[in-house]
Design a protein around this ligand. Structure first.
Ligand code: HSE
Length: 412
């Protein structure tokens, strides 16, 4: 029998214990051994849990128990998760986590410890919830040079944007609903400011390009500055606003960014609704492959965690060779050099003159026509240009009109 401990009994943690208890027999058949939850670590009381007698508030009950060979970390955050996970790996226990903040901040270090101790450190659930993406990138697409990854990697923000567009719900109400459904982070600023999606693209970029990408090296914008007006203009243009996380190879370096972008209706990412995530990965041999599914929530995320636990059981005497080396950020190109067409919304007393000026400054622009738009509003799309170039030209244009918004056009 394999003895397992689960650290954290929140949304994902309770999903992990539910699945392990519900599918004990079928899981045992698949991994040829029964998995027993010996301990659950949480500071709260759960007297109604069917395994209430196995709860502990003391990490020592896990780290000093030599029978426990696999530890699931689903507490989230860095403190105390990092310290606990490190201790578990150093003690020779395999660790499975859904904690993207931990993997994005400490992945290289923890993988190295796992390698030294010949144990597994697995984190399929850290990106895309139920969607298999770590294993496919590491194994199934291993023969490819990954040219680019573009995705909607945060369920909460996608859910909020959808509720705002389709149900006319306010930002605040949509966020409250996402929290109620268990999609949002404990501190939802991580979702709406783009940090959660950034951590996930950092993990994927580290995995496919082999060098740790720290979130601090990646330009990150959230959805808090996106207005209903921007959303309406995106629709009038023939697309939707989505929070896009993107990593693309450029020579031996990468362009990595997380920001709201206009996605054209021609691209399937424009149709990803609610809490769903989708990733489009282009390999040089495979071409583009799509990965789609529920990106957040109790059971979808727990499904990926439990599969990793099963993998640990199946590979208890060997390591899954997931590895990347540490990095200092110099593999990430400065975001000011990334080239995008840009959506610009401005207010002006003379939209004909302002549009002529936009064409003069940016080059041939595409005007967005929207029914019932106020006459003092002008929205257009610039030709492709670097962000540094755009900033300089936009400052020049702002002498003629009051610029209200600018959003990148996604290059999927
Ligand atoms: N808060 C995250 C999201 C949870 O909304 O995508 C899943 O990582």
């Amino acid at each position: 029998m394999i003895q397992v401990a689960v650290m954290g009994h929140g949304v994902v943690g309770s999903g992990v214990t539910d699945i392990l208890l519900k599918h004990t027999e079928s899981i045992a058949k698949k991994v040829k051994e029964e998995i027993n939850i010996k301990r659950v670590l949480d500071l709260r009381e759960f007297p109604d849990s069917p395994i209430a007698d196995r709860f502990t508030k003391d990490f020592n009950d896990i780290i000093s128990d030599d029978e426990i060979s696999i530890v699931v970390e689903v507490m989230g955050g860095l403190k105390p998760a990092y310290d606990f996970v490190k201790q578990c790996l150093e003690k020779g226990k395999s660790v499975v986590t859904s904690n993207k903040e931990l993997v994005a901040a400490k992945g290289a270090e923890l993988l190295e410890i796992a390698q030294k101790q010949n144990v597994n450190f697995l984190f399929e659930a850290s990106v895309g919830g139920a969607i298999p993406i770590i294993r496919p990138l590491h194994q199934c697409l291993a023969a490819n040079d990954i040219e680019k990854i573009n995705g909607i990697l945060n369920g909460t923000t996608n859910f909020i944007l959808n509720k705002m567009i389709n149900d006319n719900m306010s930002f605040e109400d949509a966020l409250a609903l996402a929290q109620e459904k268990g999609y949002a982070e404990r501190n939802p600023a991580a979702d709406i400011e783009g940090h959660d999606a950034c951590r996930k693209i950092c993990i994927l970029a580290s995995l496919v390009y082999g060098t740790h990408v720290y979130p601090e090296s990646v330009h990150t914008e959230g959805i808090t500055k996106v207005t209903l007006k921007d959303v309406e203009y995106a629709k009038a243009w023939g697309g939707a606003v989505k929070l896009i996380a993107s990593a693309r190879k450029n020579g031996d370096k990468q362009e990595i960014i997380t920001a709201p972008m206009f996605v054209n209706n021609d691209c399937q990412l424009s149709n990803v609704d609610g809490v769903y995530n989708e990733l489009l990965v282009r390999g040089d041999s495979s071409g583009t492959i799509g990965f789609y599914g529920r990106g957040a929530g109790k059971l979808p995320t727990a499904s990926a965690v439990v599969a990793d636990v099963m993998d640990c059981v199946l590979h208890k005497d060997e390591r899954r060779n997931i590895m990347w080396k540490d990095g200092n950020g110099d593999n990430v190109l400065p975001y000011e050099t990334y080239v995008h067409a840009m959506y610009v919304l401005c207010e002006t007393n003379d939209s004909t003159a302002s549009f002529a000026k936009a064409n003069e400054i940016f080059g041939a622009c595409e005007k967005i026509t929207m029914e019932k738009a106020p006459s003092n509003e002008l929205a257009f799309i610039t030709p492709e240009l670097s962000y540094a170039d755009f900033t300089a030209k936009c400052a020049e244009f702002a002498k003629n009109a009051d610029v209200k918004s600018s959003i990148r056009i996604a290059k999927i």
